[in-house]
Design a protein around this ligand. Structure first.
Ligand SMILES: C[S@@+](CC[C@H](N)C(=O)[O-])C[C@H]1O[C@@H](n2cnc3c(N)ncnc32)[C@H](O)[C@@H]1O
Length: 445
């Protein structure tokens, strides 16, 4: 009964969001100048398929020129105007608003979320999740349902570029013509029709279109080929727990260590291959103990990122997807991703904020440290938009996270952010407003 109620509530949230979206779309459509509408009508009326010369654009689903002898279908493709998809579930996250939501799952690996599969999709949605618990990670495909503008630009300004612009399809911007997001998250547990996961970059109530297990053998190009290493990367092959410099790929090889050579720690020339490898070797997948983090073999402090899986070489073991992979293809990312022009901020908590956080979390029986780390990880990546960042110095910023309302100030040199107040987001003042909105409580009266 309660589960049904919950799922009905979730459906209601999705429906409300959809209605809001539609309202927004109608509002923005109303703004379109009549002239533009006429122009579109004129173009549609005079449109003819260059292949079959058919007039009705609706007949050209996915550019399908059925009945046409024209084989040159890759040009002048016309897609359908709409595509109806129903969400399979909904996300519950610590972030009720876009503001302050991490930009990627890796930003706040500790931020937890829950995905509930609707029981309208399958009578027994838990059957559809059977076996998923055997994976450590999964992809979530979701709808950016909170995008407030329907006007999408071909070039966007990713915060990482600090004002620079880039083609939308070369970024992970939420503002895309087809507003679909893709996140790789860590599965914590699967319970009934719910998946609990870590590494959230979606707002609460986000509709989910699909989930798929993360399978490095299919999804990670480095798993399907010999990683090409730059000169400064040492290939220490780990055989049966013993370190070996033997480059000969014997069947006993278990994994490949990608730590830089200790004798070459001096700054090295940039190499996209090395950047990509280093990035991959520090990704949550590699950092997870599930993927085989081991102590540095020589007792050095800390751990060394070791790819905890068999080294797959196309020559020795073709693997299921190697047929489709170019064996020598490199994993490449642009420099603005590997080495962005913005740096992490130093996050400070003043005494008052620490005391407030301690009181709230103790009352709730929740971890103070976990909340502090989550707040820190959001702030150190500077969650402000580029516009906000560049507009004012000494800027105040507030956001909601895990039922907490956080107030902070970005210092004028832009490298330090100080949290000065934390209040419970769910507590109401006597005036009826949430405490964080009440001017008496937030000190703005
Ligand atoms: C940069 S996108 C990346 C999402 C995904 N990892 C991807 O690469 O497609 C993440 C940002 O999208 C925004 N966002 C998250 N969920 C959203 C939703 N349901 N609707 C609109 N925007 C959302 C938040 O501002 C968040 O910081």
């Amino acid at each position: 009964m309660e589960a049904e109620l919950r799922s009905l509530r979730s459906l209601l949230t999705v429906a409300r969001n959809e209605i809001n979206n539609l309202r927004q779309q109608i509002r923005s459509l109303n703004h379109v100048h009549e002239k533009e509408v006429d122009e579109v009508k004129r173009i549609l009326q005079s449109w003819r398929c260059p292949g079959c010369k058919q007039k009705n654009i609706q007949d050209h689903e996915y550019g399908n020129t059925s009945g046409s002898s024209n084989s040159n279908q890759s040009q002048n493709l016309v897609g359908p105007e709409t595509l109806e998809l129903s969400p399979i579930g909904i996300i519950n996250s610590w972030f009720p608003e876009k503001r302050g939501t991490p930009r990627q799952p890796g930003v706040s690996g500790s931020a937890r979320g829950k995905l509930t599969i609707f029981n309208t999709v399958f009578t027994n949605p838990e059957h559809a999740l059977e076996g998923l618990e055997e994976y450590s990670h999964m992809w979530i495909v979701f709808h950016f349902h909170k995008n407030d503008s329907t006007h999408v630009r071909a070039k966007v300004a990713p915060p990482r570029l600090n004002g620079g612009r880039m083609g939308v399809f070369a970024t992970r911007s939420p503002h895309r013509p087809c507003p679909v997001g893709l996140s790789l998250v860590q599965i914590d547990k699967v319970e009934g029709n719910m998946i609990f996961f870590s590494g959230v970059d979606m707002v609460d109530g986000t509709p989910v279109l699909d989930i798929k297990p993360y399978i490095p053998q299919y999804d990670d190009p480095l798993d399907c080929q010999h990683p090409l290493l730059s000169d400064n990367m040492e290939t220490r092959l780990i055989t049966d727990g013993r370190e070996s410099d033997d480059e000969d790929l014997s069947p006993g090889i278990l994994s490949l260590d990608l730590t830089p050579r200790r004798d070459s720690l001096a700054p090295v020339a940039r190499s996209p291959v090395r950047d990509a490898l280093m990035m991959v070797s520090h990704s949550p997948v590699r950092d997870s103990s599930l993927m085989g983090l081991r102590e540095a073999p020589d007792g050095e402090e800390g751990t060394s990122p070791i790819l905890g899986r068999p080294l797959v070489s196309p020559a020795l073991s073709p693997g299921p997807s190697s047929g489709n992979m170019r064996p020598q293809a490199l994993v490449r990312v642009p420099a603005w991703i590997a080495d962005p022009p913005v740096s992490r901020l130093e996050v400070k908590f003043n005494e008052g904020a620490v005391a407030q956080l301690t009181t709230i979390q103790s009352e709730r029986g929740e971890s103070v440290e976990e909340a502090r780390i989550a707040i820190q990880s959001v702030l150190q990546e500077d969650p402000r938009s580029v516009y906000l960042r560049q507009r004012w110095n000494n800027q105040f910023y507030t956001f909601l996270i895990a039922g907490l309302h956080v107030s902070c100030r970005f210092a004028d040199n832009g490298s330090v952010v100080t949290v000065f107040r934390i209040t419970a987001a769910n507590k109401n003042c006597e005036c009826g407003l949430p405490e964080w909105q009440c001017t008496i409580h937030n000190g703005t009266s």
